[in-house]
Design a protein around this ligand. Structure first.
Ligand code: NAD
Length: 268
């Protein structure tokens, strides 16, 4: 029996990358999954197909259910509809994975108000509103719940040319801690995962260029980028009762990127 048997999770932005891997891994652990996507039904369908294959391991029906839900997490009405549909169609909601995220590269002095709002509306406001709607549901039902925010090493490492992204993930760190503290006594756990450089579509600019990839990986103490499956394994753990006493934490999964690697050479 999987660690998440009988639970139901919503994964935002689950049609690619880390969100896709998390949806598949949670299903493999026995969890029902609502797969949110914004604009690509085909890759969302691919997530669902893989999730059900892993969940049922060749058996036609294994009790795990899944659902595709279109919706844009920068829109409050869409978020309400995504959460309501999850509960209506899958019967409950126990785990929220705030994964949807975008970034843009621009010098800070060229960032417009529209750029700022666009990034923050998805990465931070969207994550907060998904959390708020989930918490309302859990409080109404008097049930426990788990939120996992997919943050980034850039919640603590400043990233030039990505100020809006860095701000959004810095805010996510505080949101994780504040919500964790506010609802700790009501059985709601809130944690974050902070991936380092991970091979997903958001990083096509360097993952598909051998020279650039080597350059990125040269800064990682373990010498390689991470995989979506490595992030998904951590998400499954944090979502499970094995992490029952963990709340308000960010788990950095970064091959040592946040360990100040320069100290290996500079002061030895
Ligand atoms: P990705 O581009 O494959 O995934 C992002 C997903 O979010 C996509 O499926 C996209 O369609 C979805 N999305 C974007 N805007 C949305 C919206 N308004 N509504 C609903 N969905 C929306 O990249 P990824 O690397 O898998 O990113 C997933 C998360 O991981 C992001 O929050 C990202 O910031 C974070 N992260 C990634 C890395 C990395 O190196 N790949 C590192 C640190 C953090």
């Amino acid at each position: 029996m999987g660690r998440l048997q009988g639970k139901t999770a919503l994964v935002t932005g689950a049609s690619s990358g880390i969100g896709q891997a998390i949806a598949i891994r949670l299903a493999q652990e026995g969890c029902n999954v609502a797969i949110n996507y914004r604009s690509n039904p085909d890759t969302a369908q691919d997530t669902q197909t893989q999730a059900m294959q892993k969940a049922c391991d060749g058996v036609e029906s294994c009790g795990v259910r899944s659902l595709l839900i279109q919706g844009d997490v920068s829109k409050e009405d869409d978020i309400r509809q995504i959460i309501a549909t999850t509960i209506e169609k899958l019967g409950s909601l126990d785990i929220l994975i705030n994964n949807a995220g975008i970034q843009t590269e621009k010098p800070a002095h060229e960032v417009t108000a529209e750029d700022f709002d666009r990034i923050l509306n998805v990465n931070l406001r969207g994550a907060f509103l998904c959390a708020r709607e989930s918490i309302r549901h859990w409080l109404d039902r008097g049930q426990s719940g788990v939120i996992i925010n997919i943050s980034s090493v850039h919640e603590i490492i400043p990233r030039p040319l990505y100020v809006t992204y860095s701000i959004s993930k810095g805010g996510m760190e505080n949101m994780t801690k504040t919500l964790a503290l506010e609802y700790a006594d009501r059985g709601i756990r809130v944690n974050a995962i902070a991936p380092g450089a991970t091979i997903t579509p958001i990083n096509n600019a360097w993952t598909e260029d051998a020279e650039k990839r080597a350059q990125v990986e040269s800064h990682i103490p373990m010498g390689r980028a991470g995989t979506s499956d490595e992030m998904a394994a951590a998400a499954a753990f944090l979502a499970s009762d094995e992490a029952a006493y963990i709340t308000g934490q960010t788990l950095f999964i970064d091959g040592g990127l946040t360990l100040y690697a320069d100290f290996r050479e500079a002061w030895s």
